[in-house]
Design a protein around this ligand. Structure first.
Ligand code: ZN
Length: 490
């Protein structure tokens, strides 16, 4: 690529030119879901954001190793260090083995991601499959003096760490403020300071998910899995670490602390965070009743969802905002996205009808340049989409004969839409019930072909009857020099 790819680094708080550790290769780790329920709208944004990063890095020639984990142990309710494991809790209510809960919702997550046309990561490790790596990391942290054991549990010593490193540099928090804010809570548990976080927890007798360790039969803390698995598969230093902004603190801050404390340096070069989704201006939350699952969006089966929205409508809607902006879901906005996507995909089809001429009056190279410039500017998908819509006007003018294009330009135009709409943005044409729609299409085509035959035989009565009956059924029919075009108006 002639242009540099700029990535906004949450750590430096500025856009930086992407320079991979190994030329031609890119390593990316993204925090995946904790699988104790069906994926909801909040899961779709990081998945789609980093899917586009994955697709674009590959498109511009990188060999990408994309690791996205599944959290299946250690993530406690309220994201705290005390209390029940989210998965064990669900297992108890549903009377299932915890790993049955994990399998059920991992399958469900995969199904939703396929619907959203999110590519599979290169590696999808689970926390429970990497207990040994996590124990190893905890051992190193104890050895280096940045962790302590108390009653079978091991905690990270944040205040000790802060003497040598900058704790809070990612999230912009100041250790002094954090200490003041948490002092009064102390003395309630095994931690020296409530800022400390669990690396290993001794399992209470009722806790079912447990593994042997040098300290106790227990389980790893939530913040340990990602850095253990990231460094295992991508190396002690790797290029990109991503996730939702809600993970900045303490999850990602804790990851930086663990790599600096265990390795003496950071592991991640570029930290990327997608912003949050609100629904009708409100934060999503179980207590607010707006925790809408993706299945509920796809089927329309939720009181806040007026109608079914297809997976591609959700995907397109998410890509219409830059990943670092907040995004508010409403029925009006989704219906606008649905129409916009339809207009874009129809224009892509209409490119095939353009007839090339000997000369060009349109600048296709400029359109392509603008699309790449937008992607290279921190994956600015809304600008890419705006440029593609400018191109839609061009396509319509070419089909109306108001503008001209030569064969080479036409080939390039087709390629731009193929690359940006399908390969990079990852959109696809979707038909709600493909089978049924195919039959309908064949029947209408059959009738309109019979009408052409009738006209050839000058059987005007039959020709008009077919036409009028179809119009009465809600079809719009256009006669063309070389055939016909039709649409079912809903
Ligand atoms: Zn994580």
């Amino acid at each position: 690529m002639e242009q540099d790819l700029l990535i906004y680094n949450t750590l430096s708080k500025k856009k930086e030119v992407f320079k991979p550790i190994t030329p031609g290769y890119a390593g990316m780790y993204v925090c995946g879901p904790t699988v104790y329920g069906h994926a909801h709208l909040g899961h779709s944004r990081p998945a789609i954001t980093f899917d586009v990063v994955f697709r674009y890095l590959q498109h511009i020639g990188y060999k990408v190793r994309y690791v996205r984990n599944i959290t299946d142990v250690g993530h406690l309710v309220a994201d705290a260090d005390e209390g029940e494991d989210k998965i064990a809790k669900k297992a108890k209510t549903d009377m299932l083995e915890p790993m049955e809960v994990v399998q059920t919702y991992t399958n469900s997550y995969h199904r939703n991601m396929d619907q959203l046309n999110v590519l599979h990561p290169s590696i999808e490790p689970t926390a429970s499959g990497h207990i040994i790596e996590q124990i190893e990391l905890v051992r190193k942290l104890l050895e280096k003096g940045y962790a302590y054991e108390n009653n079978g549990s091991v905690y990270f010593d944040v205040e000790k760490y802060a003497q040598n490193y900058d704790y809070g540099k990612l999230s912009g928090r100041k250790i002094e403020d954090l200490i003041v804010n948490t002092r009064e809570l102390e003395g309630q548990d095994e931690k020296r300071s409530s800022l400390d976080f669990a690396l290993w927890k001794k399992a209470q007798p009722e806790h079912i998910m447990r593994w042997p360790s040098p300290w106790s039969n227990g389980f790893p803390g939530w913040h340990t899995e990602c850095i253990a698995m990231g460094t295992k598969y991508l190396g002690e230093r790797f290029d990109i670490h991503g996730g939702g902004m809600d993970l900045l603190f303490p999850h990602h801050e804790a990851e930086i602390a663990q790599s600096c404390a265990s390795l003496g340096h950071e592991s991640v070069n570029y930290w990327m965070h997608n912003n949050m989704i609100t629904i009708n201006g409100q934060k999503m939350g179980k207590s607010l009743g707006n925790f809408i699952t993706l299945d509920e969006f796809f089927s329309g089966a939720h009181p806040l969802v007026e109608k079914a929205y297809s997976p591609m409508t959700i995907r397109f809607f998410i890509l219409q905002a830059h990943y670092r902006s907040t995004l508010d879901f409403s029925n009006e906005a989704l219906q606008a996205a649905e129409k916009g996507l339809d207009r874009l995909l129809k224009a892509v089809e209409a490119i095939e009808k353009i007839k090339p001429t000997g000369e060009s009056t349109v600048d296709v190279a400029l359109l392509e340049e603008k699309c790449y410039a937008a992607m290279n500017d921190d994956f600015n998908t809304p600008i890419v989409i705006a440029n593609l819509f400018d191109g839609v006007r061009m396509i319509n003018s070419l089909n109306d004969g108001k503008e001209k294009i030569d064969a080479e330009g036409l080939g390039k135009l087709m390629n731009i839409y193929q690359v940006f709409v399908f390969d990079i943005l990852g959109l696809k044409a979707e038909e709600a019930e493909t089978g049924k729609n195919d039959v309908l299409k064949n029947i209408v085509d059959l009738l309109l072909n019979l009408r052409i035959e009738a006209k050839v035989k000058k059987d005007w009565a039959t020709a008009d009857k077919i036409r009028n009956e179809l119009i009465a059924l809600g079809f719009e029919i256009k006669d063309k020099k070389d055939g016909f075009e039709w649409e079912l108006k809903s």
